[in-house]
Design a protein around this ligand. Sequence first.
Ligand SMILES: Cc1cc2nc3c(=O)[nH]c(=O)nc-3n(C[C@H](O)[C@H](O)[C@H](O)COP(=O)(O)OP(=O)(O)OC[C@H]3O[C@@H](n4cnc5c(N)ncnc54)[C@H](O)[C@@H]3O)c2cc1C
Length: 390
Amino acid sequence: MDFGLSDEERAIRDTARDFITREVMPLEQELLRRERAHQPGLERSELRELQLKARKFGFWGLATPAEYGGMDLPAVVQSLIWTEIGRSFVPFRFGGEADNILFHATEEQRQEFLLPTIEGERNSCFAITEPGAGSDAANIRFRARRDGDDWILNGEKTFITGGNEADFAIVIAVTDPERGARDGGATAFLVDRAMGWRSEFIPTMGEGGPASLFFDDVRVPNRNILGEVGQGFTLAMQWIGKGRYTIPSHAVGIAERALRMAIDHANTRETFGARIGTNQAIQWMIADSETELEAARWLILRAAWTVDAGLDPRHASSMAKLYGAGMVNRVVDRVMQIHGGMGYTRELPIERWYRQVRLYRIFEGTDEMQRLIISRDLLRGYTKLGGHLG
Ligand SMILES: Cc1cc2nc3c(=O)[nH]c(=O)nc-3n(C[C@H](O)[C@H](O)[C@H](O)COP(=O)(O)OP(=O)(O)OC[C@H]3O[C@@H](n4cnc5c(N)ncnc54)[C@H](O)[C@@H]3O)c2cc1C
């Protein structure tokens, strides 16, 4: 068994690490200063500038197919890169990406939505959650009613990431209330903001924030259906599936950086005439954090490997998301404890991580939903104990 990286994987990972270290991390102190002053941490134009700089290093469209100018990287390499991104708390991501389901676009939709999104000229958001349907996403009520060559959309979507900034929304709507969303009753629509929906920012405990989207008789032409009529729920699950290994990959980067800070602090801070790292209480927090971090790393890489191997990745990805999200919360909590009062201030990024990573246990499938998937797979005999080795 070989747990190592190939030369190519290592080279790509190291180049990404280099870029994050040299171009992104130097912005961190300014980011904290701005956030303390209640200003946006990173302006859209600054993010774009960084992304274009990264493009010169070849980092453009990690998941985007080569025919669209992307890197089309295997999931394992994407996971490694998301871990590198997580090492900095600057909200950076590489450019050249589009929501994975946008690649189901027709030729006309490609020109109007997909290509400008990849180029960073247009911003999208993905909307399935409603005030009455989150975990139970198949219970959506947001309605699209046929009217000649158009559809009329009515309803509210909520907690939509980027919903306040988006130029267009990918909206999952009920097109056939007789059938369940899971059974062909839901459809995905590409809806320009100019078509008449409005958004309202939702303040949260994290930086930035999602939005509610309101549709009141919004008329959308039939040509704006993404994929097929009735395929909406399948597309939505495909969208959500991607985050189940990228979110915990990002969490590993955060946890590693935070744990590094805790180790340095434990080696320098003195109380009662000795470094705090000489206390078993502190040593155990460091040991538990490192152990959980490693366990998460391998669960996540296996989930990504499962994607690359063409196997059904859902079970492995749910375990990776569940464990990775819990791990980063526990590690950041311990890192704050090790830093004492300083950990709680806005001089350091720890309290920021503390607020940020709490979300990881909630969005794109809560802890409880991941447990539901994992146990259901086992109880109905779909998944064998022992994974792909079993
Ligand atoms: C910052 C943020 C960004 C988001 N971005 C997006 C986005 O871009 N697009 C989008 O569509 N959505 C987005 N969401 C929505 C997110 O996916 C939902 O909040 C999440 O799926 C949970 O749904 P809910 O909030 O309705 O909670 P609920 O479904 O009401 O659940 C409440 C609690 O009950 C638990 N629970 C529910 N059912 C069960 C059960 N059967 N067994 C055990 N426990 C159960 C849940 O795990 C949770 O703990 C975002 C949310 C947030 C907070």
